[in-house]
Ligand binder design. Structure first.
Ligand SMILES: Cc1cc2nc3c(=O)[nH]c(=O)nc-3n(C[C@H](O)[C@H](O)[C@H](O)COP(=O)(O)OP(=O)(O)OC[C@H]3O[C@@H](n4cnc5c(N)ncnc54)[C@H](O)[C@@H]3O)c2cc1C
Length: 429
């Protein structure tokens, strides 16, 4: 594990950044950086690493917290998804398939802990079995390995798992140590010469003016003026004389990878008629303290069309611990991160869990942690059913050099390395 070179350096205290800024005031009028990326979650880190590989690139990764990867990227199921749920022609399917492959290869090459443990999707009745058939047919149509497990084999392999109507197995699903993955991406990025400004919340952005290709980006002192998730704060040239505590840099391109706060960054840059309202779907996890029952594969209930998530499923972490979740609860704030333990929710989750793991000791299930999915509406996570939300990854029209990433919910971790390729493609192809 490497220490982060710039672990506590805010933008305004960064000596290498001050050096770049003085260079920028020379006659060449070049921007301080070739690329500025807002947000050092798994996706921002992967993009930063990819863009720093471009010849002549000098990338700045800007993060509001004092460490990388402390928001959604460290509050998820750590599943390497196979790409079973997101429909034909969606970005989620394309990037999940490509990202899964890249993730396995990257973890293998760099030693990031992962396990290709596979996953079962279980059906308890005919209706759920219909959903499994849809998943099966879709997976076949896009070339993702999938098969039904015969009943006697299922009983033999996982005697504790109940699946009255059938089991669909996805052998290419796995799990990854998300923290180890992000540490490795960050180490790669800094080894390539990239720079990270931590504790640097972006507070204002000024798009290029007068035909110059320079984005100007201000950061505020941490916490003091963190933008709300959707509040616009576009800078006008008159606002240039920012407060003493603010720092600014310029960059030729700007990438918005701010996760739950990405709509706020979108609204700083784009005109009012292109503003976005963020929606938040919280998912609470439950821990399990007993060593039995403990399946060796991930277990998911059949997908429910139009649902905001994939159902209260059983996942394992790299230490072999069982956890359940996440459920779906619409909340008003990206800070509403306390796991929700009201009795109705807890009872509903227990009901879900007992349906496929009847031998579970419910006394040993406890509230664990929660994560929040960044949504662009009260939309479903899977393509069956109405209102599917795809990833939004675009070079914004009329804003050359601004790549905007919105709604990067699951399978964003799995897809992160492929998302980085996608962003590279938008800028260079
Ligand atoms: C409950 C849950 C379960 C999930 N399970 C899985 C799974 O099993 N597999 C999978 O592939 N995906 C899963 N996901 C999705 C995955 O976690 C996300 O898609 C991924 O982590 C998104 O990464 P990110 O870098 O876009 O966002 P984040 O990790 O949220 O990073 C964004 C960063 O931007 C920073 N930031 C925000 N605003 C500013 C600002 N103004 N200035 C500077 N920095 C700023 C934040 O501090 C943060 O560090 C799950 C998500 C949830 C919520």
């Amino acid at each position: 594990m490497r220490p982060h070179v710039s672990a506590v350096r805010a933008l305004r205290h960064h000596p290498r950044i001050s050096q770049c800024r003085s260079l920028s005031s020379t006659a060449s009028r070049r921007a301080d950086f070739t690329h500025a990326i807002i947000g050092a979650g798994a996706v921002g880190l992967a993009i930063a690493r990819r863009l720093q590989q471009v010849d002549g690139a000098q990338v700045l990764l800007i993060e509001k917290h004092g460490m990388v990867g402390t928001e959604t990227s460290s509050r998820n199921s750590e599943v390497i998804h196979a790409g079973l749920y997101y429909g034909h022609d969606s970005l989620k399917t394309k990037l999940c398939l490509q990202g899964k492959q890249m993730m396995y290869e990257y973890c293998e090459r760099t030693g990031v802990p992962y396990m290709n443990c596979g996953k079962w999707i279980v059906a308890q009745n005919d209706l759920q079995m219909e959903e499994l058939h849809k998943v099966h047919d879709f997976a076949k149509s896009i070339g993702v390995p999938i098969h039904f497990v015969p009943k006697d084999e299922a009983k033999r392999r996982e005697p504790d798992v109940r699946a009255e109507a059938g089991v669909l197995e996805s052998p290419s699903t796995g799990i990854v140590d998300s923290h180890g993955f992000m540490r490795q991406l960050h180490a790669d990025f800094e080894d390539l010469g990239g720079m990270t400004a931590l504790a640097s919340p972006v507070s204002k952005i000024q798009p290029p003016t007068h035909g110059q290709r320079q984005w100007k980006i201000w950061t505020a002192p941490p916490r003091a003026s963190e933008p709300q998730a959707s509040s616009p704060s576009a800078a006008t040239p008159e606002q240039e004389g920012a407060g003493d505590d603010e720092a600014s840099i310029t960059a030729e391109t700007l990438i918005n990878s701010a996760g739950l706060y990405a709509c706020g960054i979108n609204n700083m840059v784009l005109p009012r008629d292109r503003h976005r309202t963020p929606f938040y779907a919280k998912g609470t996890y439950f821990s399990y303290s007993k060593s039995h029952p403990k399946p060796r594969t991930l277990v998911y209930p059949a997908p429910v069309p139009g649902h905001g998530g994939l159902g209260t499923h059983l996942t394992l972490d790299m230490a072999g611990r069982v956890r359940f979740g996440p459920d779906v609860e619409w909340v008003d704030s990206p800070n509403d991160l306390a796991p929700t333990g009201n009795s109705a929710r807890f009872a509903a989750a227990l009901e879900d869990i007992k349906s496929y793991l009847p031998g579970i000791d419910t006394e040993s299930i406890a509230l664990d942690y929660a994560g929040i999915r960044p949504k662009l509406g009260k939309l479903g996570a899977v393509a069956s059913g109405k209102g599917f939300q795809d990833f939004y990854i675009k070079m914004e029209e009329g804003y050359d050099g601004f790549v905007n990433l919105l709604g990067i919910e699951s399978p964003g971790l799995t897809s992160s390395l492929a998302i980085a390729e996608e962003v590279h493609g938008l800028l260079y192809k």
